[in-house]
Design a protein around this ligand. Sequence first.
Ligand code: NAI
Ligand code: MG
Length: 351
Amino acid sequence: MSRYRIAVIPGDGIGVEVTAPTVDLLEHLADRAGFEIAFDHFDWSCARYQETGAMMPPDGLDQIRDHDAILLGAVGWPGVPDHVSLWGLLIPIRRRFQQYVNLRPISVMPGLPGPLRDPGEVDFVVVRENVEGEYSEIGGRFSTGTAQEMAVQEAVFTRAGVTRIVDYAFDLATTRRGHVTSATKSNGIVHTMPFWDEIVRERAERQPSVSWRQEHIDALAAKLVLDPSSFDVIVGSNLFGDILSDLAAAVAGSIGIAPSANLDPERDFPSMFEPVHGSAPDIAGKGIANPIGALWSASMMLDHLGEKRSGDALLAAIRATLADGDVRTPDLGGTATTRELAAAVQEAISL
Ligand code: NAI
Ligand code: MG
């Protein structure tokens, strides 16, 4: 029997509330499908930071290095600057574990009221470069406190880093509808973006069956709203991918349903699965957070672990529950609690 050991980091706010039913549902699935799954919980969070001065212990990454995957809720809390929670936990995990692919599938779920009148058949994936690019520590501030004060921040693009993310996107496209859109801005950003474009053009030749185009990020953002059904795989740098995937999640309906995966495709390290949303302090503690983003992320985790049948069953149950529409959390216009919606999904699972 296959056995998996999962590191669970619920984090802050609704991260804790959506992670608990997700763990329960995974245990249920394991029973049904006949695999073993065990969970180790880690209290790494802003709450921990406020008590101890660190988001995680100094040897934190070593403690989860050998787990099969990481399930994360959300981190961030008022009173702790967001760059502390991000750079103290998420970014170290992504970088040390070489999770260079951030994958965010976007689809308009049947029966969900989104902000667009007539979005058509929306089903695409944003592939975001996750370890380099614009999110770099290189730079500095000078002449602080004077009228000449300035700040410089360098973007870092490496041939190896761009090549592997572009290859991942083109390979993924071969398993889907065979089209890649590359997000660029080589008209305004004259060094890194032309470099990105060149590598896309070179690597596209590896997959002649995949068609591709490049679009400037501003026009691409507009098109994502005006014609979202025209996309299949979108590949972008760390910053562009970050913005596009939140925009895309909003286009698809609610931020509460959007999932994501931080993948080390080489599988040298554990990959991490987390809903796109944050800790939502405005609704935390009320038990009404939408658990779908966390559950869908768990379905991606099952796929990654090789339990595709269970992953598919979970995703099908999510679709069926949303389409049915009887049980919905307030963000989707209903009155159900987090637990009630998760229970409805569990009920809908057929394995
Ligand atoms: P947020 O995603 O927490 O909330 C934005 C809005 O969406 C809020 O009105 C919230 O109530 C709603 N919302 C989010 N998830 C929901 C769900 N599952 N069900 C129902 N409604 C939901 O983003 P915000 O407010 O910008 O950030 C709050 C904190 O979370 C910050 O400290 C931020 O740094 C952190 N954050 C952490 C992320 C992570 O752990 N990866 C990602 C985004 C934000
Ligand atoms: Mg974001």
